[in-house]
Ligand binder design. Sequence first.
Ligand code: FES
Ligand code: FES
Length: 318
Amino acid sequence: METLLPIGIITAILFALTVILLIADKLLVSYGDCTVSVDDEEGHREFTVQGGSTLLSVLIDQGMEIPASCGGRGSCGFCKLNVKSGGGDILPTEEMFISKEEKKTGTRLACQVKVKDNIELFVPDLINTVKGMAETDSFDTRTKWTFTREGAMQVIEDKKKPKLDRQSRDKLIDIIDRHRDDPGAVMPILHEINATFNYLPEAALRTVSKEMGVPLSTIYRIATFYNLFSLTPVGKYKITICTGTACHVKGADGLLEAFEPELGIKSGETTADGLFTIEEVRCIGCCGLAPVLTVNEEVHGLMTKKKVPELIEQYKAA
Ligand code: FES
Ligand code: FES
């Protein structure tokens, strides 16, 4: 009882101070007229308001729907919007509610920003964005995202592990099911996964580990031991250019230079359409045909730079 008394007194003093500050703010500070320009899903609008209120109340007064479920306490995060320009510096009271990344994009909570000056805003449609993500199965609570000042959605922190889409997952489960009764079947399973996806997706390896009861470390040991497996996406056509001594002497370096601008990728990369990957090797055992390259299993000897565009077209048309 004795300890409760000082706590009660302190609370009363704090409350009184808050009330005094609020009254002083209303009576002593006059913010004057401010122009608020807003861009949202419905377009652009502009209005002049008397400064001093929070952005949340100003926008709601203008008939805009700003989601807010915490009653302006700054804890629900639904009233987030982006300040494109104006509005003054981020106040210490606003600062505690936004992350470093959000600060960079101008994100604020409408309930914490006081209108003191002309301000230009972008109001993201948070609720519909989340609904859309849920409908397409792409919502993940572990991903943090925000809206840029221009209104584009941007992932600022992606803690989620890569996932397979539904179709790929069905294919994967089908492969595993065919080998489920054979505990030593990891190798053929990886073989089939590599043939199906052209590489071993991380999500697929985790699923194999879980479904087959084999430690992930064992699966990775196998996957990284054999050259026929790749842990990164490989194009439908893997172009392997030999840069061994015999091929080098006959101009293999020029071949690589001819492929790179044609496909827009460098050695070790895959084209965005997933068709071609270029890589280099040291001698593929056909030195008599130098310079040599292979496209998947097919050997192309006596290659010249001139033949490169024609070769690419041939596989594109296949
Ligand atoms: S209303 Fe909840 S954070 Fe602003
Ligand atoms: S050096 Fe190219 S095939 Fe041998």
